[in-house]
Design a protein around this ligand. Structure first.
Ligand code: GLY
Ligand code: MN
Ligand code: MN
Length: 444
């Protein structure tokens, strides 16, 4: 399995601590276990920030970073070993494992945190934490601070600055290392296999969930624990619902099916969309819209390189789509004027992409000082233009209504442009029709 090496977690902690002010402390909790119903839990997914700094996969844990501390800069609070619980629920690292396998300088039982953490905070000037995103943890933090305040008459010094950690940490997460790109390439490779499998299985009369099952099979078979987000399998007019997830309609002859799905590997997402005809052959209208979206995507790729700013790719898609909709007779008027009044939004209502990483809609600022961010090597993003013609759009000829097409790939900025991580899924009309025809011949 391809994964992030342990040495990288240590490098990240050091890089973060190098940016923290002297005499400060950073405190981050693991994700809580989410209850699905009664005593059944949702599949556990570590908090992305916590994972980024530790690689520690367990709940009920807290990372504490104290740059320059003589007796260890990295302290991890975690669950104790417990033979009975481990018999039922699986192995725990315990404090020994936290030090031996996860690089902690010191580790304590999570049950002792109220006794120990105030002492670690005391005397430090500044506390970094993910303020506001976890109210329960914020309350704990204030309780620990109040313990210190209550001892002020004994000379205890509570910190006087509380700073959101996000700014430092999320900027680090925006730049992907070689190891991160490798994991993301693997996630995209497995997701590409999944899309190919769903294309090959596509038949009128099946349900959308039949194709979802093909995706899930390929994800798990490839070693992914779970999809990076709820898979969208949207056929016919459902393709015009951007975040459709019901996935239970019957696939009809003559309809398109739009699949937006990607798996997660070692907590890194992939996010791929393809749109193909259920019966293996695009109708003339479906093909015209499809090729227009594809041209928009190609134009966007050309605008992704160091020194280009974030919005250039989006602007390129808007221009190509607006001009194309005029050519097809779906918009009327002069292209520049239509762009100025955002006429495309009736058909293309989302942006051309988003940052991609540990979160599918990853962290990182899109603007800096009020200006669009300039792209740099290692930034990863999606490129996903689409056209959605509402089934009840009375302004267009009937033959166009209910067609929804999105094409989405994952890229990382390189020195000379960008690398397309998800190139493994067929994309041109000819490639998709050939793949689907071959699958039908084999099945016959
Ligand atoms: N799958 C969600 C998105 O494409 O942003
Ligand atoms: Mn997507
Ligand atoms: Mn996306």
């Amino acid at each position: 399995m391809i994964h992030i090496p342990k040495s990288e977690y240590s490098r990240r902690r050091k890089a973060l601590m190098a940016q923290m002010v002297p005499n400060s402390i950073a405190i981050l909790p693991a994700a809580a276990v989410a209850i699905r119903n009664r005593d059944v839990e949702h599949v556990y997914r570590q908090d992305s920030d916590f994972q980024y700094l530790s690689g520690f996969p367990e709940p009920q844990a807290v990372i504490v970073l104290m740059p320059g501390r003589e007796h260890g800069e990295y302290v991890l609070f975690c669950r104790e070993r417990n033979a009975e619980r481990e018999l039922w629920d699986g192995l725990r690292a315990g404090q020994e494992g936290a030090i031996r396998d996860f690089g902690a300088d010191d580790a304590f039982p999570i049950t002792d945190i109220d006794d120990i953490l105030p002492g670690l905070i005391e005397g430090r000037d500044r506390v970094y934490s993910a303020m506001g995103s976890n109210p329960e943890f914020d309350r704990h933090l204030m309780d620990w601070i109040n313990v210190i305040r209550s001892k002020a008459h004994l000379g205890a010094q509570p910190p006087n600055e509380f700073v959101a950690l996000d700014h430092l940490l999320h900027d680090m997460r925006l730049y992907k290392s070689a190891a991160e790109v490798k994991v993301m390439r693997e996630a995209a490779r497995i997701s590409a296999q999944a899309h190919i499998r769903a294309m090959q299985a596509s038949r009128a009369g099946l349900h959308e969930f039949s194709l979802e099952a093909e995706l899930d099979y390929a994800f798990r078979k490839g070693g992914a624990k779970m999809p990076a987000y709820g898979s969208i399998v949207a056929s016919g007019r459902n393709s015009c619902i951007l975040h459709y997830q019901q996935n239970d309609a019957v696939l009809k002859d003559g309809d398109l099916v739009l699949i937006d799905a990607g798996c997660e590997i070692d907590c890194y997402a992939s996010d791929i969309t393809r749109t193909w005809p259920v019966n293996g052959k695009y109708s003339p209208e479906q093909r015209a819209i499809y090729e227009l979206v594809l041209a928009a995507q190609e134009a966007a790729f050309a605008e992704i390189a160091p020194d280009k700013h974030w919005n250039q790719a989006h602007e390129a898609t808007v221009r190509v789509i607006t001009a194309g909709l005029v050519t097809l007779g779906l918009l009327h008027g002069e292209v520049d004027e239509l762009i100025a009044r955002e006429a495309h939004k009736a058909f293309y209502m989302h942006r051309a992409g988003h940052w991609l990483g540990m979160d599918v809609h990853d962290v990182g600022e899109y603007k800096v000082g009020g200006e669009w961010r300039v792209l740099e090597v290692g930034m990863a993003l999606t490129v996903e233009p689409g056209i959605y013609i509402a089934p009840d759009n009375q302004n267009v000829a009937k033959k166009w209504r209910g067609i929804g097409v999105r094409i989405e790939d994952d890229v990382v900025v390189t020195k000379t442009g960008c690398e397309i991580l998800s190139h493994g899924v067929p994309k041109t009309v000819a490639e998709i029709e050939a793949l689907m025809a071959a699958a039908r011949t084999q099945a016959a």
